[in-house]
Design a protein around this ligand. Structure first.
Ligand code: ZN
Ligand code: ZN
Length: 135
């Protein structure tokens, strides 16, 4: 059964690893996931809902991101681009974020594409995250 839970996302680069959660821009009453978005060389701050399966996003004024646009995403702390994970079904690149307990969440870089997935190296880690989310 579906149960909403929060993804405690952090930077996937080992020398950074900072939490990307932003208390200042809550979505759904919880901190959002803060990233830098780039389109055609222009950059702005983007905030994604940290609720898994919730696609609410706070978009920047600039760049103007339209549905279907493929963007680049960067860590706001170390400035590095999020690493490529695989091609999405929509053909855009998917990148990944780290989450607590060595899991990953993959997200599509096409605006409006709602394909994403969670990946854990073992199911115990997923269970631990779900157990925490219930509290
Ligand atoms: Zn970083
Ligand atoms: Zn996609």
């Amino acid at each position: 059964m579906y149960r909403a839970f929060l993804v405690p996302a952090s930077c996937p680069h080992e020398d950074c690893g900072k939490s990307l959660l932003s208390e200042e821009h809550p979505i759904g009453g919880k901190p959002s996931v803060h990233l830098i978005v780039e389109k055609k060389g222009e950059r702005g701050d983007i905030y994604l809902s940290a609720w898994y399966d919730d696609f609410r996003t706070i978009l920047p004024d600039k760049p103007n991101i339209l549905p279907g646009d493929i963007v680049k995403l960067y860590c706001p702390y170390c400035g590095k681009e999020l690493p490529f994970a695989e091609r999405c079904a929509c053909k855009a690149p998917m990148v990944y974020l780290a989450i607590e307990s060595n899991g990953r969440v993959r997200i599509c870089t096409r605006s409006g594409c709602h394909y994403h997935s969670l990946e854990f190296s073992n199911s115990a880690e997923l269970q631990a995250l779900l157990a925490k989310a219930k509290k």
